[in-house]
Every structure is written in C-alpha cells, then in structure tokens.
Design a protein around this ligand. Structure first.
Ligand code: AMP
Ligand code: ZN
Ligand code: FE
Ligand code: FE
Length: 276
C-alpha cells in the first residue's frame, strides 16, 4: 500500500487535473494522497469529490505548499489539516498568488527584452484554470513555440535562480508560514530539505521555525551527493516524517507519473493518522 503527500495539479503548475491524479493514483496502488498546490488549496475539492465517486475510495487530504523566502533562498512549507476558511491563511495565500502574477509578468518582460517572442497573455493562456501562476507556465510556452527543447532547458538557460531572467519575489518567511498554518489549526512540514542544498541552513530552519514534520522522502534525495539521512534527522528532532513525489507531470522532470517514486503508506502514517 502506497501514499503520496506532495502532488501538484492544474490548479498550480501541474499538468494533471485533480481527476487525472485520482485515476493515476488508482492505477499506482496509492491508498492515500494529498493535493499540495503552490499557494492555493482549491484543487483538493475536485480530487476529493472525484475520489468519493470511485470504487477505490482513495483517501484525499487537503494540503498546500507555501512559498517562502529565507535569506534569499526558496523554502517551501507544506501544510495539512488547516481550516480552508481561515481568513489569515487565505489572505496570505492570495497575497503570494498576486506576487506570482507580478513576478511572472516582470520575468516575461525580461525574456522579451532578450529578443524572444513571448507575451504575458500567452503565459496566462497556458496557465488557464491555474489559480497560481509560476515559472513553469512561462517555460511551457517557450517550449510549445519551439524556442527551447524542454522546460528544463528554459530553466537552465533563463529562469532558474541566478540565470539572466530570474527575478525574486517578496515572500513571507518560513517561520511565518508555519505560524499561519498553526493558527488555522493545521500542521507545518518543511518540504524537500535536500533541495535547500545546505545542511546547516536546514538545521537552522528546524531550530528557528515551528515545524511539526519534515519531508524525508522526496525525489530530490536521489540526486544528493553525499546523501543525508533525513529520516534520522527527523527522528532525532521528534518530527513527523512525510514523503511525496512532488509530481508535476512535466516531461523531463522526474517523476512523470504517480507511482514512479513509490512511498510506503506506513512511512508517512504519522502524518496520515495525525490527531490534533
Ligand atoms: P515558481 O513557483 O515560479 O518559483 O517556480 C518553481 C517551480 O518550477 C517548481 O515548483 C517546479 O515545478 C519548477 N521547477 C523548478 N526548477 C525547475 C527546473 N530546473 N526544471 C523544471 N522545472 C523546474
Ligand atoms: Zn511547482
Ligand atoms: Fe517545492
Ligand atoms: Fe512541490
């Protein structure tokens, strides 16, 4: 029996609709999963309703991945079990989303200034239905227009951190995101520590932010050299252990399908059976 607590849909920068995610999960033998779109929580309802209508009866949790900034680094905070009507949380997510729109527009201007044929409305169209705009939407337009071979190539050439069209966005800090989730009755999980790329920074984050858990299992751990024993770090700090595929469905970016990065249900049972 498998679980997956980190999944993106068309409500942010994923390729799959919430319904398609449920169908993939059924095929992959996933018994419990969480929809964790960037800075928005609306994809959950569709996945939940669809899962309820199917015979497999997959457990779907409401989740979110909040974008934060810690001293110039992107730090992602996963939330579960929060009240979706909570005003401060909803307002903060809306603020992040409008920051995304502004940032994407500025990045598009920058890319245009390099001579690429690109408009903000094309990016908007690519993100049709997405409540949360992001760099992948820009990359997909450039790929569809044949200007780059892959989404990864756009990131590597233009929009990854440090590349010429990269622009920062003003965001809340990770401690603030964790507090927001707590005041909404939820729990806060430090997402993909391996992606932070610096153990001392991860330790400082764990020391200074009120996290309930850490995402121990994530595809980014496969690329770590040397690898870290995130499970041991979580255990020593009495943190709940979480895990997810971070599925977006973008070709060229692992994993492509649910089940490609399998996570045993029991490994994340602490989150699945969490009782406030
Ligand atoms: P943004 O939300 O605009 O900051 O964009 C971040 C998102 O871009 C991540 O959640 C990934 O989905 C995607 N991403 C980040 N780096 C890469 C990369 N090198 N290649 C492809 N996609 C990436
Ligand atoms: Zn993403
Ligand atoms: Fe993330
Ligand atoms: Fe993610």
């Amino acid at each position: 029996m498998l679980a997956d607590l980190h999944i993106h849909t068309t409500f942010s920068d994923g390729i799959n609709t919430p319904e398609a995610i449920v169908e993939q999960a059924e095929k992959a033998g996933i018994a419990a999963m969480a929809i964790t779109d960037h800075d928005n929580i609306q994809g959950f309802e569709r996945a939940y309703e669809y899962a309820k209508s199917r015979k497999d009866g997959i457990l779907v949790l409401r989740g979110v991945e909040i974008d934060t900034d810690y001293k110039g680094r992107d730090v992602h905070v996963l939330g579960y079990y929060f009240d979706p009507q909570n005003k401060p949380l909803c307002q903060a997510l809306a603020w992040n989303r409008s920051g995304r729109v502004e940032r994407v527009a500025r990045i598009v201007d920058k890319i245009k200034s390099f001579g690429y044929d690109l408009s903000f409305s094309e990016v908007r169209e690519e993100a049709a239905g997405a409540r949360s705009l992001g760099r992948p939407h820009i990359a997909r337009v450039l790929v569809k227009k044949g200007l780059f071979p892959t989404v990864n190539a756009v990131f590597d050439t233009l929009i990854a951190a440090g590349k010429p069209a990269y622009l920062r966005q003003v965001k809340m800090g990770p401690a603030e995101a964790a507090d927001l989730l707590h005041q909404a009755g939820g729990i806060a999980v430090l997402a993909h520590p391996a992606e932070i790329g610096n153990l001392a920074v991860v330790e400082t984050l764990l020391d200074t932010c009120h996290f309930d858990g850490m995402e121990v299992w994530h595809p980014s751990t496969l690329e770590e050299n040397p690898p870290h024993d995130w499970a041991q770090i979580a255990r020593s700090r009495h943190l709940l252990m979480s895990g997810g595929s971070d599925l977006h469905g973008n070709p060229g970016r692992f994993p492509l399908h649910l089940g490609d990065f399998p996570i045993p249900y029991d490994d994340v049972a602490g989150i699945l059976h969490y009782q406030p």
